[in-house]
Design a protein around this ligand. Sequence first.
Ligand code: FES
Length: 121
Amino acid sequence: RSDNKVTVHFVNRDGERITARGSPGDSLLDLVINEDLDFDGFGACEGTLACSTCHLIFQQDVYEKLGPVTDEELDMLDLAYGLTDTSRLGCQVCLTRALEGMEARVPESVADIRQSQDGSS
Ligand code: FES
């Protein structure tokens, strides 16, 4: 199949809609990197669950179709700025056919915990 890609509509911090297409199995962070999407500071730890800059907010129905959340992801999500009930970390969400046409919103602010730990304590 030449075209089994999944379409994702990102909404950036300016409220602009950016449409990208990725292969099933790719994470949303992969998609942001592969498509060269310019979300400042996004994915600072390159998907190693050491930051929360890949925080994305989903619509309820989309959120329910995303894969399971691990404890490690939850711990990191807790530190994300502006956490919502339908927040996930983009590097932990993988594309599936069921997500075709999904929307993912980039929160207005990010908190890179590695930076906020610098100098404190
Ligand atoms: Fe750092 Fe996802 S890119 S936790």
